[in-house]
Design a binder for this molecule. Structure first.
Ligand code: ATP
Ligand code: MG
Length: 385
């Protein structure tokens, strides 16, 4: 059976008042964008989204649009009891052909409809038809199949299977952020988590050229392609930092190098944030994961930030991050080897408890403003993947 259309639902928690229409429009637009030629029209219908003429790949595309709570392929009937019963019977029969079942339930709901019979009457009529017509048993606690009927305005949407969406809020509803995207495992997951909360990331990647090859940049391009399947849509920046790093290594204590690189990254990220009107900077840091991510070091690096520095993975451990990277689809790309700018001139004795004052002192050995300006001048803009 080919569905007449797909019906997507979203959670309504937190959508009261003025935010609601904006959220709904963003969800509709993001669905249109994600679906491209894989569907006809995308339309808001009383707290749901109707997607017409879905091609076979449409269902999966919808399951990657943030804001979607669940999505179901449906058959549409006019809001008329006999038509609903006949359509529900078709849907149940089809579900049985796909995966034979024994027990079922019927769940009818009504919304803004002139249709007179109550949901209970619909449940009973449809239940009887499936019970007798297909010889199935009703089980309201653990049914094999739930036949869902939503009667909205003058139509009834009937489905027997729904897929979970990724939840969250539509990309763009929270505003733009700059995300520090290394080629590692953590930062793509951090970026994905922020997108799920409605942020619209602009990625910046630092590479060690001319002292490293381009492998990290190539990986970042692939990672952005993966993120674009989840709604990443902004340009991104690639920043050569090798010269600045050399400068830092010449004048600062070796134990502070990585932290000083990080401070430079934060400043450059803020320069890019200003260009885009971004409201925060995001990193993939996780407390205690490596020497640079102790509380003291996070504070010492973070003190140069003027925008909120968001660390969505701060309380997450590596096993959880890896699981999530697999779900995102970034893990295999991240796991490949690359030449990383932070391991360039890597010290053997990285500081684990640096202070703000120590880093400030080390920065007085070079002209940080010039390094930031140079990085910003050399930053290359890549187009959205
Ligand atoms: P990841 O797996 O994201 O590389 P990591 O565990 O390797 O993280 P670090 O290398 O300490 O951790 O980096 C901490 C965070 O700093 C990263 O998650 C990322 O947000 C940022 N970062 C590090 N290196 C770069 C880089 N070359 N370009 C952009 N951001 C970076
Ligand atoms: Mg890293």
């Amino acid at each position: 059976m080919n569905p007449d259309l797909l019906l997507a639902h979203y959670h309504e928690i937190g959508l009261k008042g003025r935010n609601r229409p904006r959220f709904e429009r963003a969800l509709r637009d993001n669905l249109r964008r994600a679906l491209g030629d894989s569907a006809g029209k995308v339309r808001l219908v009383s707290g749901r989204v109707e997607i017409t003429e879905p091609k076979p790949d449409a269902l999966e595309l919808v399951t990657r649009v943030f804001g979607v709570a669940n999505v179901a392929p449906v058959l549409v009937a006019p809001a008329d009891l006999d038509a609903i019963v006949a359509t529900a019977l078709d849907v149940a029969r089809d579900a049985d052909t796909l995966t034979p079942f024994e027990t079922f339930e019927v769940r009818a709901r009504r919304a803004r409809t002139p249709f007179a019979p109550t949901s209970q009457v619909v449940n009973e009529k449809v239940g009887d038809a499936i019970r007798l017509g297909l010889a199935k048993r009703v089980d309201l606690s653990h049914p094999d199949v739930s036949v869902r009927i939503e009667i909205v305005h003058d139509k009834a949407y009937v489905s027997a299977a729904k897929l979970p969406g990724p939840g969250g809020l539509p990309v763009g509803t929270a505003g733009p952020v700059v995300t520090l995207l290394s080629a590692g495992i953590d930062s793509p997951v951090a970026t994905w988590r922020m997108m799920r909360r409605g942020a619209d990331p602009i990625a910046v990647h630092f590479h060690g050229q001319p002292f490293t090859d381009r492998s990290s940049e190539q990986k970042v391009t692939q990672l952005l392609e993966v993120l674009s399947r989840w709604g990443y849509r902004q340009p991104w920046w690639s920043v050569p930092m090798g010269e600045a790093q050399r400068e830092i290594t010449l004048s600062a204590p070796s134990s502070l190098r990585v932290l000083l690189y990080r401070r430079l990254m934060v400043r450059v990220a803020e320069g890019l944030a200003a260009r885009h009107g971004a409201l925060a900077v995001v990193t993939g840091e996780s407390l205690g994961q490596v020497a640079s991510q102790t509380l003291e070091n996070m504070a010492a690096v973070g003190s140069v930030a003027t925008l909120p520095l968001l660390r969505p993975l701060v309380g997450t451990d590596k096993v959880e991050i890896i699981d999530e990277a697999r779900r995102v689809g970034s893990y295999d790309i991240s796991a490949e080897a690359h030449q990383d700018c932070c391991t360039l001139f890597e010290p053997r004795d990285p500081a684990t408890h640096a202070s703000i004052a120590e880093l400030d002192e080390a920065e007085s050995g070079y002209d940080i403003d010039v390094l930031v300006t140079n990085c910003l001048e050399q930053a290359q803009k890549g187009s959205a993947p």
